[in-house]
Design a protein around this ligand. Structure first.
Ligand SMILES: Cc1cc2nc3c(=O)[nH]c(=O)nc-3n(C[C@H](O)[C@H](O)[C@H](O)COP(=O)(O)OP(=O)(O)OC[C@H]3O[C@@H](n4cnc5c(N)ncnc54)[C@H](O)[C@@H]3O)c2cc1C
Length: 339
């Protein structure tokens, strides 16, 4: 395995931020992974595991070892005539994995088409879109415990999934590397979910009345391509903030002042779209220096000129948080991992 020094991470994060890693190792096997971990441990250097770099903001150079997980392979085990377990190694590209399962007519992941990043990162924030989250099909994942260097299996319960949350973002942060993930998918009786977002109107445009899982995937791809900026063209990490959930009392207070506020029940809480809050504060399409809020989706912060530093993007996000707090009394939380 080659360990490179003073390595530019510009092409390894979708914000396109130009920072460097003191060491960079691309690992393609568990042996190489252990070698890279040992290299970090013997030199007492911090480690950072990287997938597709689509949910990370580097605010400074990384003075340690960045380990790019390039573990590949997909396998499957038929359970019965309607269910199959599909296991993918961490380094497989998420969208390609979704397309692979659709190619085999396995259902359950179609609404998650075109989400950037790798399979190994999908449990980190329980990726979700169009009414589906990976927790709906997730069975288990194998992880390497960085303390003991033992491989452990985490089932659904142990992952403690929540909205853009899991144990790996909270108390397990920095303690485990996800090596592979297993999903239970349908083979015949697919559960078609079209009620979320613009899926139904997109299907209608194509004259589809009884959609297949492949049709749903295509509709999701079309909607995402029309709404979200392509990181290959303009640096971004998708939604920068989570949609906040607030207690009913607080929501009613805000609703008195803004009767048109969109809202969704979320247990005892009320979920409010962060994009709407940000737009109301006048941020949609606004640019400061090299950074902007995207003109079609206020929730997405973009590296508008291609020359933004991570610090500039971070400071821009702080300004958004402050103005939403001031206007609505609601504290936005960043979804993107800050390094
Ligand atoms: C245009 C765009 C649209 C997006 N849309 C969505 C969406 O609809 N829904 C959604 O949920 N997300 C969305 N995202 C965010 C992102 O795609 C997901 O969070 C994705 O899972 C990140 O994967 P990655 O491999 O790129 O993660 P990275 O950015 O490489 O890593 C993210 C974090 O996980 C850690 N990490 C990476 N791999 C591992 C591992 N194997 N084990 C342990 N830790 C690890 C990293 O250190 C980092 O802290 C979008 C991003 C973009 C750019």
């Amino acid at each position: 395995m080659k360990i490179q020094q003073n390595f530019s991470l510009k092409n390894h994060n979708t914000f396109g931020v130009d920072v460097s890693a003191r060491f960079f190792a691309e690992v393609t096997s568990s042996g190489e992974l252990l070698e890279a971990i040992n290299h970090s441990k013997t030199q007492s250097l911090p480690m950072l595991f990287l997938g597709g770099g689509s949910n990370i903001l580097f605010t400074q150079n990384f003075d340690g070892v960045v380990i790019q997980l390039d573990l590949k392979g997909v396998s499957e085990e038929i359970i019965n005539e309607n269910e199959v377990l599909v296991t993918s190694k961490a380094g497989e590209n998420w969208h390609e994995f979704v397309q692979y399962s659709l190619g085999k007519n396995y259902g359950g992941l179609e609404n998650l088409s075109l989400i950037p990043g790798n399979v190994g990162t999908s449990p980190m924030q329980n990726i979700g879109a169009y009414g589906t989250e990976i927790k709906d099909t997730f069975v288990s994942c194998k992880v390497l415990n960085l303390g003991t260097l033992e491989v452990e299996e985490f089932n659904h319960e142990k992952c403690r999934f929540g909205y853009r949350e899991s144990i790996f973002k909270r108390e397990g942060k920095g303690k485990y590397v996800i090596l592979e993930v297993t999903f239970k998918l349908t083979r015949k009786d697919h559960f078609i979910k079209t009620e979320y977002g613009a899926i139904q109107s997109e299907l209608k445009k194509s004259g589809i009345e009884n959609p297949t899982i492949q049709d749903v995937s295509k509709a999701v791809i079309n909607i995402r391509q029309s709404k979200l900026p392509d990181p290959k063209l303009i640096g971004n990490a998708g939604s920068f903030f989570k949609n906040p959930s607030v207690p009913m009392v607080q929501f009613l207070e805000v609703q008195k002042r803004y009767p048109e506020i969109p809202n969704y029940p979320n247990g005892d809480l009320v979920k409010i779209p962060a994009g709407w809050l940000i737009e109301q504060c006048g941020w949609k399409g606004k640019q400061i220096g090299n950074v902007a809020s995207h003109q079609l989706q206020a929730l997405v912060i973009v590296n508008a000129t291609g020359n933004a530093t991570g610090k500039e993007i971070y400071d821009f996000s702080t300004k958004i948080i402050d103005s939403v707090k001031e206007k609505f009394g609601i504290e936005l939380e960043r979804e993107v991992n800050i390094v």
